[in-house]
Every structure is written in structure tokens, then in C-alpha cells.
Design a binder for this molecule. Structure first.
Ligand code: PLP
Length: 411
């Protein structure tokens, strides 16, 4: 066997190089005295104090130095995961939540008051869109305006002096639309508005919104960060100390919606393989996107890796990879789409995404069924739009499975 010879790094390179995300993802820092190489699971809800005169003001308790008081405030396992999340997104502070939904709700509750104006991408995760409409707009009196953020000028046109927050996702679900984070951050800066980006679909491996000017990033860690479809969780990462302080109060004192130790461990365990998984998800998704694009039963494929995607150039600029989710429109009607999905054997019919196994869903009949047909139309969600979260199985097996679906349409 011939050993691979690596060129010695120059002194300058050694001093300035930020580790690659593949390295950051594997690196685990624990507060454990045992020298664990993985994150230990600390189940204790409370911690022994040094004495009656211990200072219990929260600013003086530093988890980084192994100081803990009560697990709602901080817990060694959750803290370890939060350190990993901050490192992956290049942020200062991270907070792990009980779900992606909790992370989004806490972010918005931290930043807006009744009467404030919020500009949000019209193509949001369906649950987030309902939260914005029902909780923030209807119940709390926040003036939420939805715009087509694929056009940064549309965001600019919606901004007012009362705009406190701009909220986007990119790529979106299920139409895989992109928005220009850098351009939107520039627009928001003119109004001193905070920019929040839901980075769930890209994962930090393929996109780091803070480096593009966003103030905070959220994730449903249920998806790619955990990657194994066995833990629900969320995260918020920021490099703005004021945002961090507001979020910290809401999560730890007002709402108590933090992630439990065992789930923190599972997500930390998943993160170690983020790089290999994302690379494989992307390779498989690209191959299937090209296969579908050439197929006579397919009208359109939505995948940013295809040159035909309207924002292919933006994807190349702001992402380091195109991700593992694609959607496509079958020729035919909803009954055909259902027949296609029912014939699949390797790909599982289920909501959610980002796990090692391939999942397919029919938004018009499942996740986006609660929307009116007109609202679905506006978002470009046709009755035959199928979303595919491409897993890490052998790509030829996946292709054969889709072939099975197409064969069912001909029988
Ligand atoms: C799944 C998802 C959410 C919600 O996260 P949960 O963990 O299910 O609460 C939010 N945003 C996006 C983009 C998602 O895919």
C-alpha cells in the first residue's frame, strides 16, 4: 500500500486556517473530566452547589467552565451540542430547542412586539407559515407581510420604518426556491431590521447564512443535522449578543422549550457524519434530478443543481452544494401522482426529510393540504408535485424504484 503523502502546511497556513466543516463536525468538546471522545449524556436536572454563598446570578454561571445550576438553564450534554452547532454555523452562541418549530417561534418572540412589521418569504415551511398567520398576526397583532423573496427588490419594496424582522428560508419547501441572503441582508440593514434564515434544507454543510449577513439562523435539527429520523429538535445560532440575550431569556426563563439530554446526544452523534451524508445525499439527488429531467412522464424538475433551475447561478454563489431534496411535477393528475407513490418500494411515503432513508410525499394531498387550492396555486404547488428527500441508498436502486412508479402509470 502506498501511503498518501500530504504536503506540509506552510507556517502561515497552519496559523490561520479555519478547520474544514468535516473536521468541525467530528470534533466534540465535553466538560467531562473523564476525557470522553463523544458527548456524555447528563440526565441530572440539578447540580450540587459549592456552598450557601454561591453566586446564583445567571451571568456568573459559565457552562464553558463546567458550571451548571439547573438543567432548564443549561445542561452539559445540551451545552456540548450547542458548542458544535455554533462552530458549524460560524456563530458565537447556539441554543438547542425541543423542535425546529420551538426555535422559530422563540426567535420571532424574541424580536417583535405587537404593531411591528415583519416581512416574510411567502414560500415558508407550512407550519411556520401557519404560526406567522395564526399566532403572530391574528393573536399577537404583528403586521406580517408575505412577499416573493426570490426577488430581493420585492423585499425592499415591502420594507417600512416599522419593519423589525425579515424571515426567509432558502432553499424552500417544496418548490426548492432560493433567495439571495446577501442582497436581502443589505436591504434589511438600511432599516435596521434583523434577518433570520431557516437553514434546514441546506444544512450548515452547504450554506452558512451568518457569513452572508444574516443575524440569526434556525434549524429543524430533526432533518439533516440529526440525519437519522430518530429525534425531533431545533436550533438557533447567532453572532449578535443582543439577539442571544433575548433568546436566552425566552428559552431558559420564559418558555422552557429546550432540548432534552438524550436527544441532544442523538443530534450530536448525527452531526459527526454530516459531511459524508450531505455529500452522498447531493450526489444521489443530482443523479435522480437528471434522470427525472429526461423522463417523458415528468413535466418539470425543481433542483438547484440543474442548469434549468431559475436560480442555479445563485445556488453556485451562495451554497457549497445543492442539497438532497428535489421536487418534480408528474404529467397527469393527482390520481396518477398517488398511483406513482403507491408503487414505490424503496422510497417510503412519509413527511419529513433529511434522514438517511429516501422519503417521498405529495404536498397537495399531505403537508399543504390545509391550504386553499388558490393558495397552493400561488405557491406553485400543483396536484402532481412530488417531493423527494433523497437518501443515501445505492442510487441505482433508487432509480429502479422510480422506474417502478412510472411503470405503474402505464399499467
Ligand atoms: C421540519 C421543518 C421545520 C419544523 O421543524 P420541527 O422540528 O418539525 O418542529 C421548520 N422549518 C423547516 C424548513 C422544516 O423543514
Amino acid at each position: 500500500m502506498i501511503a498518501k503523502v500530504l504536503a506540509p502546511a506552510s507556517r502561515r497556513e497552519r496559523m490561520t486556517r479555519r478547520p474544514h466543516l468535516d473536521t468541525i463536525a467530528v470534533d466534540t468538546e465535553t466538560t467531562s473530566a473523564a476525557g470522553d471522545v463523544t458527548l456524555p449524556i447528563h440526565l441530572s436536572s440539578t447540580y450540587e452547589l459549592a456552598g450557601l454563598d454561591t453566586d446564583l446570578s445567571l451571568e456568573d454561571i459559565n457552562p464553558g467552565d463546567g458550571e451548571f445550576l439547573y438543567s432548564r438553564l443549561s445542561n452539559p450534554t445540551r451545552h456540548g451540542l450547542e458548542q458544535e452547532l455554533a462552530a458549524l454555523e460560524g456563530g458565537e452562541r447556539a441554543y438547542a430547542f425541543s423542535s425546529g418549530t420551538a426555535a422559530v417561534a422563540t426567535a420571532v418572540l424574541s424580536l417583535v412586539e405587537p404593531g411591528d412589521h415583519v416581512v416574510a418569504f411567502d414560500d415558508l415551511y407550512a407550519g411556520t407559515r401557519r404560526m406567522f398567520e395564526t399566532l403572530f398576526r391574528d393573536q399577537l397583532g404583528v403586521d406580517v407581510e408575505f412577499v416573493d423573496a426570490t426577488d430581493a427588490d420585492a423585499v425592499a419594496a415591502a420594507m417600512t420604518p416599522a419593519t423589525e424582522l425579515v424571515w426567509v428560508e432558502t432553499p424552500t419547501n417544496p418548490r426548492i426556491k432560493l433567495c439571495d441572503i446577501d442582497a436581502i441582508a443589505a436591504v434589511a440593514a438600511d432599516y435596521d431590521a434583523t434577518v433570520g434564515v431557516d437553514n434546514t434544507f441546506a444544512s450548515p454543510y452547504f450554506q452558512q447564512p451568518l457569513s452572508l449577513g444574516a443575524d440569526l439562523v434556525v434549524h429543524s435539527t430533526t432533518k439533516y443535522l440529526n440525519g437519522h429520523s430518530d429525534a425531533v429538535g431545533g436550533a438557533l445560532i447567532t453572532d449578535d449578543p443582543e439577539v442571544a440575550e433575548r433568546v436566552e431569556f425566552r428559552q431558559q426563563i420564559a418558555l422552557g422549550n429546550m432540548l432534552a439530554p438524550f436527544d441532544s446526544y442523538l443530534i450530536s452523534r448525527g452531526i459527526k457524519t454530516l459531511g459524508v451524508r450531505m455529500t452522498r445525499h447531493e450526489n444521489n439527488a443530482m443523479a435522480l434530478a437528471q434522470y427525472l429531467d429526461d423522463h417523458e412522464h415528468v413535466e418539470t424538475v425543481h433542483y438547484p443543481g440543474l442548469e434549468s433551475h431559475p436560480q442555479h447561478d445563485l445556488a453556485r454563489e451562495q451554497m457549497q452544494g445543492f442539497g438532497g431534496v428535489l421536487s418534480f411535477e408528474l404529467a397527469g393528475d393527482m390520481a396518477d401522482a398517488k398511483q406513482f407513490l403507491e408503487a414505490l418500494e424503496t422510497v417510503t411515503l412519509a413527511v419529513s426529510l433529511g434522514g438517511v432513508e429516501s422519503l417521498a410525499e405529495l404536498p397537495a394531498a399531505m403537508t399543504h393540504e390545509p391550504l386553499s387550492p388558490a393558495a397552493r396555486d400561488e405557491l406553485g404547488i400543483s396536484d402532481t408535485l412530488i417531493r423527494l428527500s433523497v437518501g443515501i441508498e445505492d442510487v441505482e436502486d433508487l432509480r429502479a424504484d422510480l422506474e417502478r412508479g412510472f411503470a405503474a402509470l402505464e399499467s
